[in-house]
Design a protein around this ligand. Structure first.
Ligand code: TRP
Length: 338
């Protein structure tokens, strides 16, 4: 049986939240125990720097925070290679060769990049590194010969770009050097979690998140101000379940589906107050997040150990990337001194 090679990663621009947990982290913890599977998780500091060149401190600090979040949820460095992108110089070298295979027009057509460009208001002064990050992402994926890339819907254009580069490279240099990766999207109902304000997805920029590192008090405060039904003013009023963040979360996190169904009926009929529901959700979330926070605090006490783990994994990752780079240069015929 051929081995499954999984590669995924996150930009270290902030701590990870419940949306990351539901949408991807939980799944990664499962994947690391699958048979005939090797998993790489990359902290994409170089990619984060493409639009944070003037604020490297933020990225550097969040490399550690993201690593702590991974360890806290149970990603196990003895099973999964957790490495830092900037420590693998071969990725930059691969990017250099792949750049010759991608036109400027093609980069400008990338829907995710397009959307980011407009939300960041770069105008004409978009950094070249930012525009080309999909090419460097192709280097990340192909360096490890990844067969599967579990990411969110927004990363579809990146995978398409990678697949084009793989096909073009293998055709031009007449060898099956690069592996064609598959995107693995989260199941429909597990896409990304709604933010506490009910305004779309949980995200750092919308400031509507519950973080894995939040204290019990912060978690409770956020739940108590969750968006429910603005027309549900008195307890006796009939309430709406649809779009109600508390019910959205109960559907995901409450194991007792029958009770949730009964609560929905009561709420719709009228007579069930928001506070009661929120306290129920709070109990569930505290139970879920307490062990994660505890593990996070434990690891945070020994940051040297976390760095040692990242360093060892980065060294291992570098060896693999170096092998791919050799094959790429062989195929291109530019290994002059061999
Ligand atoms: N672009 C991804 C994000 O913003 C991070 C990332 C960088 C990545 N390189 C990757 C994800 C390679 C998967 C594979 O979340």
């Amino acid at each position: 049986m051929t081995k499954k090679i999984i590669l995924t990663g996150d930009r270290p621009t902030g701590k990870l939240h419940l949306g990351h947990y539901v949408g991807s982290l939980q799944n990664r913890v499962k994947l690391q125990d699958e048979k005939d599977t090797e998993m790489f998780i990359m902290i994409a500091d170089q990619q984060a720097l493409t639009d944070n060149a003037d604020n490297p401190k933020k990225i550097i600090e969040n490399v550690t925070e993201v690593a702590l979040d991974y360890l806290a949820v149970g990603i196990d460095p003895s099973k999964t290679t957790i490495f830092i992108q900037s420590q693998i110089p071969q990725l930059a070298e691969l990017t250099m060769y792949y750049m010759n295979l991608v036109s400027l027009a093609r980069l400008q057509r990338n829907p995710t990049v397009k959307q980011e460009l407009s939300s960041k208001n770069f105008g004409e002064s978009v950094p070249t590194g930012f525009l080309t990050y999909p090419i460097s992402q192709a280097a990340d994926i192909t360096a490890f010969a990844a067969t599967h890339v579990p990411v969110g819907e927004d990363q579809k254009p990146m995978l398409e770009q990678t697949r084009e580069i793989v096909r073009d490279f293998n055709r031009i240099y007449n060898k099956e050097v690069l592996v064609l990766p598959e995107i693995v999207l989260p199941p429909k109902n597990q896409g990304r979690l709604m933010g506490i304000d009910g305004n779309g997805k949980m995200s750092k920029s919308l400031n509507n998140g519950i973080y894995l590192a939040d204290s019990p008090e912060e978690i409770k405060a956020k739940i108590m101000k969750m968006y429910t039904d603005p027309n549900h003013i008195r307890v006796e009023d009939p309430g709406q379940v649809e779009g109600n963040v508390v019910f959205t979360y109960l559907d995901i996190f409450d194991a007792n589906k029958e009770e949730v169904a009964a609560l929905k009926e009561d709420y719709t009929r009228g007579g069930l107050g928001d506070v009661k529901l929120k306290l129920r959700l709070n109990d569930i979330m505290q139970d879920l997040l307490a062990p994660i926070r505890k593990r996070r605090e434990e690891f945070a006490k020994d940051r040297d150990l976390v760095y040692k783990m990242l360093q060892e994994a980065s060294q291992k990752a570098e060896k693999i990337a170096a092998k791919t780079l050799e094959e790429v240069k062989d195929a291109m015929g530019i290994n002059y001194f061999k």
